[in-house]
Design a protein around this ligand. Sequence first.
Ligand SMILES: [Zn+2]
Length: 377
Amino acid sequence: MKITLIFFSLLLVGFFTNQESFSQESDLFCKDGKILVYRINAEKYACLNPPTAEKWYDSGIAEPVKQLSSIVSIHPEKMTSSAPLPEAAFGPQIDFSKGYFVDEISDDLYWVTDGAYQGMFLVTGKGVIAVDAPPSIGQNYLNAITEVTDEPITHVIYSHSHNDHIGAAVMFPDDAIIISHKWTAEQLKIRNDPNRPIPTVTFEDNYTLDVGNQILELAYHGPMHDPGNIFIYAPQQKVLMIVDVIFPGWVPFKDLAMAEDVPFFLYAHDQILEYEFDTLIGGHLTRLGTVEDVKIQKEYFEDIQKNAGIANQQVDFMAIGQEVGFENLWLVFQIYADRITQQCADSTVPNWIGRLGGADLFTYDHCWKVSESQRID
Ligand SMILES: [Zn+2]
């Protein structure tokens, strides 16, 4: 892995200092000695064996990929290949015939995952507290609980309102107490979704749940992802769960994981670091997180903020207007926003491939959100 990273770093240095000597950038994205080409008519990228690639070049079907920026962010939807994942992006093996993985973090606090989504539950001695109910895990969440305890589920906590994290909550017992932030409850009343029962207990700033031998401290620190997303902290185990904000080993999903308030999303990193925790449950992807993962993601967004700021200063709106005319203002704005976002992505991506999974895929979208926030927030 280290050798790959060193090789990769050398390639990047070569690319930025002397493009002529940087002829193997395709190795960054294709495996088994294949090289990346651009298929002209299909408007897609593809990995080919070198002899095939030569034939395709000769017949005009494809052309060599010359610019790293052209594959990392201009048309990410056309990519048929991606940068190799860093070791940090991998988690425990999931037995896919079983469909889920459950493990005790400590003191009767467990996490359950299907490799894409994560839930948490605590066995209290007087019933089980379940946090979230991702539909992708579904009934396997119940299987995971019965695998470790006979106690019934007495309490359910919603981390926030989104269907992909709580859309299987209807499977829990009807008499379970459901707890959420008041705005999550308000949103769910409007959604009127039978799969997401309305919470029976809500709070505004803080709520302590003390059941049997377990304690959970729930807190609201602002709309960091969704108007009612909360921090769920187990002080005895030093486990913090906050969903859709931190993605250990990976960059967040597109557009800051659909955060509704960019400044609050960025601020969330500092707020999380105020907690004393050893383990973070982010709700997504392959593994649990640590304090270091939060610091790394914070550094990633500081890089984006810096590069978006420079691009916002350097790209000249009036010059674009003079170039294409001011008759269609949306055209001027479209080119203006694209150039800022592209410059930000080009400056950021090379620093993060090899550190966070998906940096080549979603950095452009994060640059767009952050640069636009810098202009309007
Ligand atoms: Zn969400």
